[in-house]
Ligand binder design. Structure first.
Ligand code: BDR
Ligand code: CA
Length: 313
C-alpha cells in the first residue's frame, strides 16, 4: 500500500464535525497526526469534550487531541448552540464530561506537524480559522510547509447561514480569515452552498443510514437532532446538511468535487450586516490573482458512499 497521507484536523467539534472526524478516523490510508480544537460552534471546553468523546466512540485513542484558541482574534465568541444544541451534540444525553486533552497547545502541535511532514501535510479546517491564523502569525514559514489546506467555509453563491451573506465559520472570526487569505497557504474551500445543495440528508436517507445498526451509525445520525430542527425551520432544507463531512470527504477524495475554480477571495471584517461574508470574484472584476481554489459542485452519491463506508463497521 502507498504510504499513508498525513492529515492534521482543526475543529470546533459539534454534530457535523463529529461525523467528519469519524470519516477520517475510518480511513486506513490517512494518518491523522493531530487534532486541534477551536472555540466556535460551542465554547472551547465543550468542543474539546466532543472531540475526545468522538475519538473514543471511533476507538482512536492513538490520535492526539489538543486545545487551541478559546476565542476569535478580535470579536467576542459567538456560538451556534441554537444550531447544534447546548452541548453541540444534539443534547441527546451523551456523557460529554471528564475527558482530558493531550498536553500542549493546538497551534504548537500544528506548527510542529508542518515541520515533521514538511511539504506533505494536508490541513483540514472544520471551524473558525483562529488557530490557523495564529500559526501563520507565529511562524513565517508555516504556510510554505503545508501541502494543502481544505477549508469548510464561505459560500460561492454568497448565501449565508448566520446572516444573509456569511457562512458561520467565516463569520465567527473574519480577522483570522483575512490572515489566512493573505498567507499564501494553498487553500481549497468547500462552502456552505455545496453543503446545502450536495450534502443534505433527507429523512428517508437518514433512516436508511441509521438502519445500518452499528453504534457509529446511530451516533452519527442521532447527534443531528437539533441541527435537523434548525434546517427545517431556519435554513429551510429538506433534511439536515453535512458541511464538515463533505469537506472531509473531498479532502480524502478529490472526485467528490465535480467542478473546482481558482478565484480571488476577500472577507468583510467590519461588524455590520455583511460581517464574515467572503466575496468571491466569480467574474474577475478585481483583476486580482486567485488566492484559493473553490469547489463549485460536488457529487452527492459519492459523498454518501464515504458516509456509508464510515458507519458500516
Ligand atoms: C459550519 O458551521 C458549523 O456550524 C458547522 O460545524 C460547519 O463547520 C457550517 O457553516
Ligand atoms: Ca465545524
Amino acid at each position: 500500500m502507498a504510504s499513508r497521507r498525513p492529515f492534521f484536523i482543526d475543529t470546533d467539534t459539534a454534530s457535523d464535525d463529529a461525523v467528519a472526524l469519524a470519516i477520517a478516523f475510518a480511513r486506513d490510508d490517512i494518518d491523522i497526526v493531530g487534532i486541534s480544537v477551536v472555540a466556535g460552534n460551542v465554547p472551547l471546553d465543550f468542543a474539546l469534550q466532543n472531540a475526545l468523546y468522538t475519538r473514543e466512540v471511533c476507538g482512536r485513542a492513538d490520535v492526539p487531541v489538543y486545545a487551541g484558541a478559546d476565542r476569535p482574534l478580535v470579536f467576542p465568541l459567538g456560538t451556534a448552540q441554537h444550531v447544534h444544541g447546548n452541548d453541540g451534540m444534539g443534547d441527546i444525553g451523551l456523557p460529554l464530561t471528564g475527558r482530558t486533552p493531550d498536553d500542549g497547545h493546538g497551534v504548537d502541535a500544528l506548527i510542529q506537524a508542518s515541520k515533521d511532514f514538511d511539504g506533505a501535510l494536508t490541513l483540514v479546517t472544520l471551524g473558525p480559522l483562529t488557530n490557523i491564523a495564529l500559526a501563520v502569525g507565529r511562524d513565517p514559514l508555516f504556510a510554505s510547509r503545508v501541502q494543502r489546506v481544505v477549508v469548510m467555509g464561505a459560500a460561492a453563491d454568497h448565501v449565508g447561514n448566520v446572516n444573509p451573506v456569511a457562512e458561520f465559520n467565516m463569520w465567527v472570526d473574519p480577522h483570522a480569515v483575512q490572515v489566512v487569505l493573505d498567507s499564501g497557504l494553498p487553500l481549497e474551500f468547500v462552502g456552505w452552498d455545496i453543503s446545502r445543495r450536495d450534502a443534505v440528508i433527507v429523512p428517508s436517507e437518514a433512516a436508511r443510514l441509521r438502519a445500518f445498526g452499528t453504534p457509529l451509525a446511530e451516533f452519527c445520525i442521532d447527534i443531528q437532532r437539533i441541527v435537523a430542527e434548525f434546517c427545517a425551520n431556519d435554513t429551510k432544507l429538506a433534511g439536515f446538511d453535512m458541511p464538515d463531512p463533505i469537506a472531509m470527504a473531498y479532502a480524502i477524495d478529490h472526485e467528490v468535487a465535480t467542478e473546482v475554480r481558482d478565484l480571488h477571495l476577500e472577507v468583510e471584517c467590519s461588524d455590520g450586516p455583511t460581517r464574515g461574508m467572503v466575496v468571491m470574484d466569480l467574474l474577475g472584476f478585481t483583476r486580482r490573482a486567485p488566492n484559493a481554489k473553490v469547489v463549485m459542485h460536488a457529487d452527492h452519491d459519492r459523498f454518501i458512499g464515504h458516509l456509508e463506508a464510515t458507519i458500516r463497521n
